[in-house]
Design a protein around this ligand. Structure first.
Ligand code: O2Y
Ligand code: MN
Length: 602
């Protein structure tokens, strides 16, 4: 084994790393092991190989320089939450928010699938850093994979290669990430996290969050566990800087459930009506924030990623020009439509759809096609993606490589609520803010699978990503707040309130800056507020509506608080809290009772 893989030539002195790779290779039996150095030459070589085998497909290089196309198996197009497990000694530790397996069962079930699964294939060794290499925030991982597509995605999404290995040194700690495609069979697919072993095993998938193990698996599930024991926060949040007219930049971290426009907000372009004031937005990250309390007693954050894994459908020069410009070159497109002239397209892209193409399933496609049941046949899968380097984003912050990150003044939670939540409100204090985050919820849209309008609770947008019991997570957030000397203010926003005819009352997109303006002015103590039972809300004239035609009655409705609807909401929240049993902190029930009292007094 040692000779077969030329172990004496491996570019590391880290004995634990070598032993682990040998152990994994003994199980998976790859024909060869290749170390990824992160060089440009290596990228070209791997890309050419994948283009030859069909793992990647070429697209028009004049229109899309440096870009390639990949299609995944039709049964493998999204994260598979029901096959994702936290493997801790007890189920209690994983909590009701996670699927649980014992570590013994996890390792043995996955090993059955991994056994010999890389025969005839190469195992690539990707040393990667989440966060700038060497930053006190950063964590090193090593992903073993038999997929060139994974290597090329990891190259964009994380910092990889020799410099990471050098930083790891002979005895550095790393997260052990093993990925194998195996048979790409959804009956033999498992995404397993072993927090106590700092280990992730993913088998049977070739898609996104299941296989780019630095992302959801390490940067959220494993990191949330590490963060709790090490005293920091790993959160499912975008990070953005709002530069105000005097040139001061206020940084915000924000959590939203999916389909609430997180990437669009992170790359917002100021609306015409506010541009004269001189606002600018600086994008630090669109998905994940790692946050620590620095010696100044303030919360500082980095984006551990170096790329965007953005959803393609609906992205266009209107909804998110910065995303479109970011993805113009050096981007991997997954499961979009391929046209006969090697162009790409997705639903909601600018311009007319092409006359024909090959869709995400590899089948001929024409606009307006329906299946035998009359359902729309999509050109691009609704979860089709672009993987693009963050440094190509026109609004990129110059702080993304700063080892200390950015200081966070506001934490913003949000959801999609048709009738309940006002456009924006501010919590009374940190504890109330934790309650606001813990009660976050979204209503399903027509585009999502399930019953339209059904309320899905997703506390802090972390329900699928918290690597331990969420009751303990809320307690950790409460304790964390006590250590902050300069505490960020916590807000909630809802861009999605509907009028009686079912139309959005707020225009959203770039106009959301008008709400952010109030938020940052609250952080600087330059804006007033009205006190309500649910928190502070702006006085109507404190939202600058220059250039927008929203009647005052609509603004009133955007901020209306329906006491009965809120009381109804508290009953649902109580039911949800009870699902966490004894792990739910008493403080959360105290907050709930206080809210009920304030509503009843109203
Ligand atoms: O379906 C996937 O594998 C990707 S999910 C994803 C991708 C980028 C950012 N966020 C998410 C998410 O599910 O929150
Ligand atoms: Mn996400």
């Amino acid at each position: 084994m040692v000779q077969k893989y030329n172990v004496s030539q491996w570019p590391t002195q880290n004995a634990r790393l070598k032993t682990w790779i040998i152990e994994m290779a003994e199980m998976c039996q790859p024909d060869a092991i290749m170390w990824i150095d992160g060089s440009e030459e290596e990228k070209q070589r791997l890309e050419n190989e994948a283009l030859t085998t069909g793992e990647l497909m070429p697209i028009d290089q004049e229109k899309w320089p440096g870009c390639v196309y990949h299609r995944t198996a039709a049964n493998d197009v999204a994260r598979t939450e029901h096959l994702t497990f936290i493997c801790t000694p007890t189920q209690e530790e994983a909590g009701p928010n996670n699927n649980w397996m014992s570590p013994e069962d996890g390792y043995s079930k996955a090993a059955e699938i991994f056994n010999d699964s890389m025969k005839g294939r190469t195992m690539y060794v990707i040393p990667f850093s989440m966060g700038p290499v060497g930053s006190p925030f950063s964590k090193i991982g090593v992903e073993l994979t038999d997929s060139i597509y994974v290597v090329l995605n990891m190259r964009i999404m994380t910092r990889i290669g020799e410099r990471v290995l050098r930083k790891l040194g002979p005895d550095g700690e790393f997260t052990k990430c093993l990925h194998g495609k195996a048979e790409l069979d959804d009956k033999k697919r498992l995404i397993l996290h072993f927090p106590h072993d700092n280990t992730i095993w993913s088998v049977g998938s070739g898609y996104g969050g299941n296989v780019l193990l630095g992302k959801k698996c390490l940067a959220l599930r494993i990191a949330s566990f590490l963060a709790k024991s090490e005293g920091w926060l790993a959160e499912h949040m975008l990070i953005m800087g709002v530069e105000n007219p005097s040139g001061h930049i206020i940084y915000i971290a924000a959590a939203f459930p999916s389909a609430c426009g997180k990437t669009n907000l992170a790359m917002l372009i100021p609306p015409e009506g506010l541009r004269h004031k001189g606002y600018r937005i600086w994008t630090v990250g669109d998905d994940i924030a790692w946050m620590r309390i620095d010696s100044d007693g303030q919360l500082w954050a980095i984006n551990p990623e170096s790329g965007f894994f953005g959803v393609a459908p609906g992205t266009n020069m209107q909804s998110n020009p910065n995303a479109m410009l970011t993805a113009r070159k050096n981007t991997i497109f997954t499961n979009v439509l391929l046209t006969p002239d090697n162009d790409i397209w997705w639903e909601g892209m600018d311009g007319d759809p092409p006359a024909e193409g090959i869709n995400w399933e590899g089948k001929p496609w024409k606009p307006g096609m329906t299946d035998e049941k009359g359902n729309t046949v999509y050109g691009a899968h609704p979860n089709s993606r672009f993987t693009a380097p963050i440094n190509q984003c026109p609004s990129i912050s110059n702080r993304t490589e700063h080892h200390h990150g950015v200081p966070i003044s506001a934490i913003v939670f949000g959801g999609r609520r048709a009738r309940l939540a006002p456009l924006v409100y501010e919590s009374f204090d940190w504890k109330h803010g934790v309650f606001v985050g813990a009660t976050m919820a979204s209503e399903r849209t027509a585009a999502q699978f399930g019953k339209q309008g059904e309320v899905r609770r997703d506390p802090m947008a972390m329900l699928p990503f918290c690597g331990y019991n969420m009751g303990d997570y809320f307690q950790y957030w409460l304790d964390f707040g006590r250590q902050l000397e300069k505490t960020p203010k916590i807000f909630n926003v809802n861009w999605f309130r509907l009028d009686d005819d079912g139309r959005f009352m707020w225009p959203g997109f770039g106009e959301n800056l008008r709400v952010l303006e109030w938020i940052i002015e609250r952080c600087m103590n330059t804006a007033g507020a009205r006190i309500t039972p649910i928190g502070y809300i702006p006085k109507i004239d404190e939202i600058d509506l220059t250039g927008l035609e929203i009647p005052p009655e609509t603004m009133e409705k955007l901020f209306a608080i329906d006491t009965n609807a809120w009381l109804e909401e508290t009953r649902d929240v109580e039911k949800f809290f009870k699902t966490f049993g004894a792990a739910m902190p008493e403080e959360m029930y105290t907050q709930l009772r206080s809210l009920i009292e304030r509503l009843q007094k109203n």
